[in-house]
Design a protein around this ligand. Structure first.
Ligand SMILES: [Zn+2]
Ligand SMILES: [Zn+2]
Length: 336
């Protein structure tokens, strides 16, 4: 089968590999769509430090069942999506249902080889029917589920003032689900094209460009009170530290980003707000179902989010170009 392997940072190769064998409890999946993610770009750049090369990328997956284990709810021919965070089911986090932060987590395409190939074998409990959505939409569930999870963590309620800092795909997902929860959403980003996307595709009218006046404008938008819930989706230390300034007294700060460095706050700023500080990692099966239901209800403009498209064979050539901000990629899909 054709497989794209990242041999080392900057080096992708299309190779032939033997068909994977489904072990007990596993399905064999014919991969049909792969969403391209910031994580994949980090792997290609060499800025994903916990990664062993060579690695097959690809964790935003949809496809068709080829074989399923005896007694499975899945059958050959079923269209499915993949929840790529393989969790152990027995650790302290899994026992609480928090499979998203399993202590033994194995993320497809990061800790073990992913789905940038024609076939993939994986445990059936991480594979779910698409339930009528298209294969394209099913390949977009994962990044949206990260946004839906963050919004659930932040407990966004109708009428709350919400700020999303960072309007990349994850920030866009957060903004979308915060608004679906009834939040009054503002987006802050340095890129005009991404703010324009939030206005035109998501209908979020309040967008603020990062500059010397941004804090004054955020203040003006909230009568000087700032925001009940602030989400950081920037992946930038300075932005993560600064975001605390935009949290209202009594408010919540949700860090969706991950950076390798330490982040720090002035304790008086943190304390005087009685800030609720939350991390948000990955997503659970419930979050995937939330996104799927929102898609079926027509609340997710997936057609506008899917800005770029290629094939497995052409992917190697287009990826370097798509990593340039000028390419304007929101979500690229690889067709297999
Ligand atoms: Zn992803
Ligand atoms: Zn676990």
């Amino acid at each position: 089968m054709k497989t794209v392997v990242c041999l080392s940072p900057g080096a992708l190769e299309l190779v032939e590999r033997p068909l994977p064998q489904a072990a007990a409890g596993e399905v064999l999946l014919r991969v049909r769509r792969i969403g391209l993610c910031g994580t994949d770009m980090h792997i290609f750049r060499g800025t994903q430090p916990f990664l062993q090369y060579p690695r097959v990328m690809g964790h935003e997956l949809s496809g068709e069942i080829v074989t399923a284990p005896e007694g499975s709810a899945l059958a050959p021919g079923d269209q499915v999506y993949v929840m790529p965070y393989l969790s152990c089911g027995t650790c302290v986090a899994c026992r609480q249902g928090k499979t998203n932060c399993c202590t033994n987590i194995q993320v497809l395409g990061v800790h073990r080889d992913g789905g940038m190939a024609e076939y993939l074998a994986l445990p059936e409990r991480f594979v779910f029917k698409t339930d009528g959505i298209s294969l394209d939409d099913a390949a977009m569930l994962e990044f949206l589920a990260i946004g839906a999870h963050a919004v659930r963590r932040g407990g966004v309620r109708a009428g709350q003032k919400v700020l999303v800092v960072g309007a990349g795909p994850i920030g866009i997902a957060v903004a979308l689900f915060a608004r679906l929860n009834g939040g009054d959403v503002t987006v802050l980003d340095g890129r005009a094209d991404r703010l324009a996307f939030c206005r035109t595709a998501l209908g979020i009218e309040q967008t603020v460009a990062v500059d010397d006046e941004d804090k004054a404008r955020l203040s003006a938008l909230t009568g000087g009170e700032f925001f009940d819930v602030v989400f950081d989706a920037t992946g930038n230390v300075k932005a993560m530290e600064r975001g605390l300034e935009f949290v209202a007294h009594g408010g919540t700060y949700v860090l969706v980003s991950i950076v390798l460095d330490r982040i720090s706050f002035a304790d008086p700023e943190f304390h005087k707000r009685e800030t609720s500080l939350l991390g948000s990692r990955n997503a659970t099966a419930e979050d995937f179902r939330t996104v799927l239901a929102a898609m079926k209800a027509g609340h997710v403009p997936t057609g506008l989010m899917n800005t770029h498209r290629t094939t497995l064979a052409e992917f190697i050539d287009v990826l370097p170009r798509w990593m340039e901000p000028a390419a304007g990629v929101i979500k690229a899909i690889v067709e297999v």
